[in-house]
Design a protein. Sequence first.
Length: 206
Amino acid sequence: MKIKICGIRREEDVMFLNENLPDFAGFIFADTRRKVTKEQALELRKLLDRRIKAFGVFVNAPAEEVCACVQNGSVDAIQLHGDETEEYIQEIRRHVSVPIIKAARVREASDILASDRLSCDYLLLDTYSAVQYGGTGRAFAWDIIPDKLAHPYFLAGGLYEGNIREAMEKCPRCYGLDVSGGVETDGIKDREKINKIIKIVRSGGK
């Protein structure tokens, strides 16, 4: 099972990741407290170990802005976390050839299935909120995830050391785990929490 650490915004965060080599790192370009500019992301990407693939997280951003972050080398994959449509995904594909991850804001199984019909490469299943696109710090009911999906999926929403083993056990078909707030202390990435989470996932939850 893969592991992604999202919300990277400081040089120290990159150093923490380089120590343990998660599979993916996430730069957030949406308007949240973890936001980075494409210029900041590019500088951080230069410091990030090349074995770690960088995801760019976007929410209803103009397609040209998304593509620019790929074209300038900031990110290796695109994560769409808003209300992006099939037409939007096709517009992105006309300009760049990188993996596209579409987030589903999950209340019930139908939310997952709706996103599963899109021509993305992966899904990311996150907890629904009426007031924000992701980053809630809350888990949803994992047992509503359909057994058969067309796309491999990342699991997000409220993951931390205390429930990561349960997530791995209950979602064995999960492609990857996406953690952000669960490896922070007072809103800042915490080296020890990152180390612990990655070791748990690498050990298969043991």
